[in-house]
Design a protein around this ligand. Structure first.
Ligand code: ATP
Length: 217
């Protein structure tokens, strides 16, 4: 699904990622591990082509960073759901509106939005909160809204960048279980995390990074 070849992002200050060659497979749950600043977020940003490589390339399904246009980047992003550590919700909008936003922006009908958002909110266990302002929720609930927003358009890939970093262990577990469920239903998931306790019992593929490079173990 994703092929990285000699992938390099150079921020001009000596930081970034260097010479990454690997593949990510369709349907997998992949864990991206490594210390702060090792390049996990940068690698994820390249995956949704928020940054383009300085050298080497990344190809995702049929999109290749060497020849992708701006319009095609928007198309690629429609197939990718993104979850951040800090939730990035619009706090003064309701839970429903936050999740509906990606569908509103792509011109779905009111009826299909109502149906789809209700189903998704039910899946993440937040149907009853649909009217509440996102800003009034707990951290764990906010992250579940962010997950709902990420999957509402049925992406082929979910990128979760430290999704449990701001959560207590119980909320972190709930979020991880949800991501596992999403993966079990067929969506590929790539999750960057520092939370080794959370993942210790899983046999998902682990990719380790250090100083912008992959570590061979
Ligand atoms: N836009 C940028 N401009 C300059 N340097 C950057 C930029 N973004 C990231 N960096 C640097 O590149 C390196 C990799 O950062 P990145 O955020 O990818 O690491 P990370 O592994 O995700 O860290 P964390 O676990 O703390 O999120 C770091 O040294 C960081 O300071």
């Amino acid at each position: 699904m994703i092929e990285c070849s000699k992938l390099t992002v150079n921020f001009g200050n000596g930081e970034g990622i260097r010479n990454i060659t690997t593949r990510f497979y369709e349907g997998d749950f992949t864990l991206l591990l490594g210390p702060t600043g090792c390049g996990k977020s940068t690698l994820m940003r390249v995956m949704y082509m928020d940054i383009l490589p300085s050298k080497g390339y990344i190809s995702i399904r049929n999109w290749d960073s060497r020849k992708i246009s701006k319009r095609q980047i928007l198309k690629l992003r429609r197939g990718i759901g993104i979850i951040f550590q800090d939730f990035r919700l619009i706090e003064n909008l309701s839970v429903f509106e936050n999740v509906a936003l990606p569908l509103i922006m792509t011109g779905h009908s009111r009826k299909s939005i109502l149906e789809r958002v209700s189903v998704i909110l039910d899946e993440v266990g937040l149907l009853e909160t649909w009217r509440q302002k996102a800003g009034s929720l707990s951290g764990g609930e906010k992250q579940r809204v962010a997950i709902a927003r990420a999957i509402v358009k049925k992406p082929f890939l979910v990128l979760a960048d430290e999704p449990t970093g701001n959560l207590d262990p119980e909320a972190a577990n709930t979020v991880f279980e949800l991501l596992k469920k999403i993966n079990a239903l067929g969506t590929s998931v790539i999750m960057a995390t520092h939370n080794y306790t959370l993942i210790e019992d899983t046999d998902y593929r682990r990719i380790y990074m250090e100083n912008g490079s992959l570590v061979d173990l």
